[in-house]
Design a binder for this molecule. Structure first.
Ligand SMILES: [Zn+2]
Length: 385
């Protein structure tokens, strides 16, 4: 069979499986899995492992001390000694604490499946599972080993899982990230901003505002001037933003404040802009004589530059076209684990997961009719790369 028939073939297999996909999604969603509650997350990990175990792939649970265990599933064609590998990456943790399910139950209404983490990103894990089933049923001779890695701390910065998925990404020719797509048309995320946080503390000198104003160095005034300078660095047209999200300082109105502090959100679309922003930030000097600045922090996630996803997106688009599915792309301001894998130089395509909306809110939902199509698209990518 030529590759050009594959997406349609997968779709034929997967369309009748929508009820099964929804039943699986329900099982995943009712196993609540907040990033910060290990016991609950581990239970969800077990539920997901059980589903993947049904399909003859090798399922390994990687124990974690403080976060939910990671799940690595390997599917390699029998007797093969394939060295090349493709990585499918996602997370099963959610931003909802245990008990959210009581006021936000799993339900399917008018073509939408609701529930905590349904869209971000348990439906993505379901789609990947059914993509693997479709590959097996169609008896596709794979060119590369497939590794699926489900992590447990993406929503809180991926501190404990990062070294695992980075190691897996380094062994891979491409990374497919099953984070939700964007908007009702399901745009893939071909570029993501790098994201960081920095803290700026100004140290001045306290004094009586009435009796000895000349002896004081006002930390709040200094901070205000520094923030005006930082604000001028914003460059929306190039995707560079700096946002003072929190400030504090001072004690009483008649005291010249000796300390003031701001916490900044930093974003950039290009690695060069990220580095430049960090350099400028750490090179800040006080404007008032005697004031002292203390600057810490920087970028936590580098940008996912579009050049890292361009060729994978072109392939996805042409495979989607064979199912009469128009596929678009977008740039988003938020980061994912795809930012890390792209920064390693591994081609990365993100936003391949569910189509829906309302992530991190009570309105979170998946458009259920898109699930077989998206699973077919993933299966086609894995079969042809
Ligand atoms: Zn997510």
């Amino acid at each position: 069979m030529s590759d050009s028939h594959l997406p349609k073939k997968f779709l034929q297999i997967l369309k009748p499986r929508l009820p099964l996909m929804l039943a699986t999604l329900r099982r995943f969603v009712i196993a609540e899995s907040p990033s910060l509650e290990k016991a609950a997350a581990d239970r969800c990990c077990g539920v997901i492992a059980k589903e993947w175990n049904k399909h003859g792939a090798r399922v390994e649970r990687i124990a974690q001390k403080h976060r939910g265990d990671l799940l690595r599933i390997t599917h390699a064609p029998s007797k093969s000694r394939l060295s090349a590998q493709l990585l499918v990456l996602g997370h099963y943790d959610t931003v909802y604490s245990t008990g959210t399910l009581a006021r936000m139950p799993f339900r399917v209404e008018r073509g939408k499946a609701y529930g905590p983490g349904a869209f971000d990103m348990k439906a993505g894990i379901v789609q990947a599972l059914f993509a693997l089933q479709a590959l097996q049923q169609a008896e596709i001779r794979l060119r590369k080993r497939l590794v699926f890695l489900w992590t447990s701390d993406e929503e809180i910065g991926s501190e404990s899982s990062r070294k695992f998925f980075e190691a897996e990404a380094r062994r891979s020719d491409a990374v497919f990230v099953l984070e939700p797509s964007f908007g009702p048309r399901g745009l893939l995320k071909t570029a993501r901003k790098g994201v960081g946080e920095a803290e700026l503390i100004v140290h001045g000198r306290a004094s009586h505002a009435g009796l000895a104003p000349q002896e004081g160095i006002n930390a709040i005034h200094e901070l205000a001037r520094q923030l005006a300078r930082l604000e001028s660095w914003n460059d929306f047209s190039h995707g560079i933003t700096i946002n003072a999200g929190m400030i504090e300082g001072g004690t009483r109105t008649n005291v010249i404040p000796e300390r003031a502090r701001a916490v900044l959100d930093l974003r950039a679309l290009r690695v060069s802009d990220m580095r430049n922003l960090e350099r400028r930030l750490h090179a800040l000097r006080p404007l008032q004589r005697g004031a002292r600045l203390e600057i810490t922090g920087g970028f936590d996630r580098p940008p996912l530059e579009r050049k890292m996803s361009a060729s994978l997106f072109a392939r996805a688009k042409s495979l989607a076209k064979q199912m009469n599915l128009p596929l678009g792309e977008c740039t988003v301001g938020g980061g994912s684990d795809g930012n890390f894998t792209a920064a390693l130089g591994i081609p990365t395509l993100d936003g391949l997961g569910a189509v829906g909306g309302g992530a991190h809110s009570p309105r979170e939902h998946v458009l259920i009719n898109t699930m077989p199509t998206r699973a077919a698209l993933l299966a086609a990518l894995l079969a042809t790369l």
